[in-house]
Design a protein around this ligand. Structure first.
Ligand code: SF4
Length: 415
C-alpha cells in the first residue's frame, strides 16, 4: 500500500461525503518569491518552472475531488500558502473556472486570498474582485522597516500601507492584516507604533502572531549562534496585552487567541476549522477533514505533480463517495486516518476552546454524538478550580489569564 494509514479502526462502509451544510475548500500555493528566514511552511523559492505544471495538477485535483465527492457545496474558499498573490495573472481565473464547474460555490461564499504587499496593486485587486474574491489577507507583519528587514520581508512599511490602500480603493471591504510581535530586538514602542498605524488603515480583521523560532529555519540558527538577540518572552506577553487593550478601544472583538475582528467580520473559513467543520484541502501538503477521515496530500511539489497525473490516469470515476478505497486510489493523498469518536471529542474541545467567547458543550456534544460533559467532567472541574477555565452564560471558555498558555489547558483534553 502506498498510503500511510494512521487509522486504528478500519471502516469499510462508505461514510457520508460531506455534511449537508457544505464544506470549506483550502487551496495550497507552494510558491514564494523568496523564503523568509523564520518560515517553516511548505513553501519554496526558485521553483517557478513548476508554476504551469502546478496549475494543471491543481485544477486536475480539484476536478477529480469534485467528481468523487459528487459536486459538493462549498461555503468558503481560502487560497493560502505560500504566496497566492505571486501566481501568474491567468492562474486564479482558471482555478475559479474549475471550482465553479465541479463544486457548488455558494453565492455568499467567503473567498479569501493571501497576498504579500509587494504583489498588490489596484489592477490585480480589481481583477480578483471580478472573480468573486471578497476577502484579502495581507502579510504586513510590521510597519517598522528594521523589523521587516530582519524578517527578510520583500516589502517596506510604505509598500505595506500602499498595498492596503490599493486594495481598499479597488473595492475590497473585508481586509485582514497579519502582524508579528515578540521579534528579536523589537521594543514596546515599535509594537505600539505598528499597532496604532495599522488600526488607522481601517482593516476589518487582524491576526497577531508571536514569533516562534522553528527548528531548521535560518532564524533559529541565528538565535542559537547569537547573531540576533533572543526575543524577551515577558515583553512579548506585554505586547499581547497591549494589543488586547488597544484593539478593544478601537472596536475590535478578540474572538480567537490570535484573531481580532470588527463586528460581523470574523474569518468564516477559519471559524470552520475551530468549529471542527469539514474541509477539503488541495495542493502540495494540504490537509483535509471530511466525513470520518483526515487525509493529506504529499508535500513535495514535484511529487505532487507526478501523483496527480497518476491519479488522473487511473480510473477515478470508479469511486463515488469518500471511502477508504477512494482514499487509497487518490494518488496525491500521502496519508489518512480514520477519526475515531475519541479523536473527534478531543479535537472538538481543543479547537472549540480557542474561540474566546466560549463553547456550548451541549451543542458540541450533539455534533460529536457523545456527552463531552461526562467524558471531560473531571478535567473541566480541575481546570475551572485552577482558574484556567470558566463558565459564563452557559458557555465554557478560557479565562483571560490563560490565553498565552492555552496549550497547557489543551493537553488535558488529549487522549
Ligand atoms: S512569504 Fe509567507 S509563506 Fe512565503 S516564505 Fe515568507 S512567511 Fe513563508
Amino acid at each position: 500500500m502506498s498510503l500511510t494509514s494512521a487509522g486504528n479502526t478500519p471502516v469499510s462502509t462508505p461514510k457520508p461525503i460531506v455534511p449537508n451544510q457544505g464544506m470549506g475548500l483550502y487551496i495550497h500555493v507552494p510558491f514564494c518569491a523568496t523564503k523568509c528566514p523564520y518560515c517553516d511552511f511548505n513553501t519554496y523559492q526558485g521553483i517557478e518552472s513548476l508554476l504551469e505544471p502546478y496549475l494543471e495538477a491543481l485544477t486536475t485535483e480539484i476536478q477529480l475531488w469534485g467528481r468523487v465527492l459528487s459536486n459538493p457545496t462549498v461555503n468558503t474558499v481560502f487560497l493560502g500558502g505560500g504566496t497566492p498573490s505571486y501566481l501568474p495573472e491567468h492562474h486564479l481565473p482558471r482555478i475559479f473556472e474549475v471550482i465553479n464547474s465541479l463544486f457548488v460555490l455558494r453565492k455568499d461564499a467567503e473567498i479569501t486570498v493571501e497576498a504579500n504587499p509587494d504583489d498588490l496593486n489596484q489592477s490585480n485587486c480589481t481583477a480578483w474582485l471580478r472573480l468573486g474574491i471578497n476577502r484579502l489577507s495581507i502579510g504586513v507583519q510590521s510597519l517598522d522597516d528594521g523589523m521587516l528587514k530582519l524578517l527578510g520581508r520583500r516589502h517596506d512599511s510604505r509598500q505595506a500601507i500602499n498595498a492596503v490602500e490599493a486594495a481598499q480603493v479597488a473595492g475590497f471591504t473585508n481586509v485582514n492584516l497579519d502582524l508579528m510581535y515578540g521579534l528579536p530586538g523589537q521594543s514596546m514602542d515599535q509594537w505600539q507604533d505598528t499597532l496604532q498605524r495599522v488600526a488607522s488603515l481601517s482593516p476589518k480583521h487582524l491576526s497577531l502572531y508571536a514569533l516562534t523560532p522553528e527548528e531548521g529555519t535560518p532564524l533559529h540558527q541565528w538565535l542559537k549562534d547569537g547573531s540576533v538577540p533572543n526575543p524577551d518572552s515577558d515583553l512579548a506577553a506585554d505586547m499581547y496585552q497591549h494589543a488586547r487593550d488597544h484593539l478593544a478601544e478601537a472596536g475590535f472583538h478578540h474572538y480567537e487567541i490570535s484573531n481580532w475582528s470588527l463586528p460581523d467580520c470574523q474569518a468564516i473559513h477559519n471559524l470552520g476549522y475551530w468549529r471542527n467543520l469539514p474541509y477539503l484541502g488541495v495542493g502540495p501538503g494540504a490537509h483535509s477533514r471530511l466525513g470520518a477521515y483526515r487525509f493529506w496530500d504529499v508535500s513535495s511539489p514535484r511529487s505532487y505533480l507526478a501523483k496527480v497525473k497518476k491519479w488522473a490516469a487511473s480510473n477515478p470515476g470508479a469511486y463515488q463517495g469518500l471511502t477508504e478505497a477512494a482514499l487509497e486510489s487518490a494518488s496525491p493523498v500521502d496519508g489518512w486516518e480514520h477519526i475515531s469518536p475519541e479523536i473527534d471529542s478531543s479535537e472538538m474541545m481543543i479547537l472549540g476552546l480557542r474561540l474566546l467567547d466560549g463553547m456550548d458543550l451541549g451543542e458540541a456534544s450533539a455534533r460529536v454524538g457523545q456527552d463531552l460533559e461526562a467524558i471531560y467532567g473531571a478535567q473541566i472541574d480541575e481546570l475551572t478550580g485552577l482558574g484556567l477555565l470558566e463558565r459564563s452564560n452557559g458557555l465554557l471558555r478560557l479565562t483571560t489569564e490563560t490565553y498565552l498558555v492555552a496549550n497547557q489547558v489543551f493537553t488535558r483534553f488529549v487522549g
